[in-house]
Design a protein around this ligand. Structure first.
Ligand SMILES: O=P(O)(O)OC[C@H]1O[C@H](O[C@H]2O[C@H](CO)[C@@H](O)[C@H](O)[C@H]2O)[C@H](O)[C@@H](O)[C@@H]1O
Length: 320
């Protein structure tokens, strides 16, 4: 089993920073809000496609993962953005759970860190019939579901069962079955020694499954199948299936707070010309180009974005 957790660092929130202050970090990753006009000037001539992470981006990080609700105001902001731009949520949670939180019909959903994607049409590039199937999606629409880790499902269920049986000794730990991956939460484990013990339990279970690995996050251990697929691949798949595969013309904007969002930031940098935006109130290493401090900033940014497009459309109409 390959664990990517360095021995001295178990979670993103305790990451050591090389930055002397948040302000010095902001010089490298300027606020997307404070530089809104400058940022959007680049976007005028392009087709902007919006990608949003869920936890920590659209909702606050809270102790109980089942209670990470988004506010009605945030929902309204996302709905408005999606009225003007193709919009997708790419989350570590399973797709149905994200939909239960977001409840918006005018956006696309990718769950399990992109290993569960629903789009109106399949992809011409990802011809892999084994992993694409027609179905009725969470919104009640006909869709094509893409499941690159489908063959791992029975093993994931087995791992969930074993984890559930074994972690009960650690008070406060919980398992979240995200269908194509599993999340072990320890935010409510109060004792450092218990967190270490929990990590040992998880590692000892996963070592019997060589096709799986453990990754870290915000007070979680995540068990994922060894498929070459992450949020970056999901972004490419979504661009392709939604008809935005001419990258000269397209400007992907991705807003996220988590380590797994870095894969999408990297892909945007590779494509060139997009906006990878990190949500962070601490200075940390990132592949993003811009930053927002917290979900409140995200909401303000989304409101600005929708208004900007509305005005742009109005001006274009007046000129005709
Ligand atoms: O990709 P995301 O949408 O950001 O999902 C990543 C994980 O988010 C959730 O966990 C995080 O948020 C919880 C609620 O605020 C918090 O209690 C937990 O400590 C955080 O790690 C979600 O529960 C996980 O399944 C996702 O993988």
């Amino acid at each position: 089993m390959k664990s990517i957790l360095p021995a001295n660092q178990t979670d993103d929130e305790n990451e050591e920073s090389i930055w002397s202050s948040y302000d010095s970090w902001l010089e490298k990753y300027p606020s997307a809000l404070e530089n809104f006009e400058k940022v959007m000037n680049i976007g005028k001539e392009k087709k902007i496609v919006v990608f949003l992470d869920y936890d920590g981006t659209l909702s606050q990080i809270v102790d109980d993962p089942d209670k990470a609700y988004m506010t009605d105001a945030m929902r309204a902001a996302v709905r408005e953005v999606a009225n003007y731009f193709p919009t997708a949520i790419v989350s570590g949670r399973c797709r149905n759970k994200v939909y239960d939180f977001v409840k918006l019909k005018n956006i696309h959903y990718a769950g399990s860190h992109g290993m569960d994607i629903s789009t109106p049409q399949g992809s011409s590039k990802y011809q892999d019939k084994k992993h694409q199937q027609k179905a009725v999606d969470e919104k009640g629409n006909e869709a094509v579901l893409f499941h690159p880790a489908k063959e791992y499902l029975p093993t994931i269920q087995e791992i969930v069962k074993i984890l559930k049986e074994n972690i009960t000794v650690i008070t406060g730990s919980t398992i979240e079955d995200n269908i194509f991956c599993v999340t072990v939460h320890y935010r409510r484990v109060r004792n450092e020694k218990d967190i270490e013990f929990l990590k040992e339990i998880v590692e000892s279970i996963v070592k019997d499954y060589p096709n799986f690995h453990i990754s870290g996050g915000k007070k979680v251990f995540e068990i994922r199948p060894n498929v070459k697929w992450n949020k970056g691949h999901a972004l490419m798949y979504l661009l392709d299936t939604l008809g935005f595969d001419n990258y000269d013309d397209v400007l992907p904007m991705y807003i996220g707070d988590d380590r797994t969002d870095e894969d999408a930031f990297k892909v945007i940098r590779q494509i060139g010309g997009g906006f990878p935006i990190i949500v962070s109130s601490i200075a940390r290493e990132t592949n993003a180009s811009y930053s927002l401090r917290d979900p409140a900033d995200v909401m303000t940014f989304l409101i600005h974005l929708a208004k900007w497009k509305k005005n742009l459309m109005k001006k274009t109409k007046e000129r005709k």
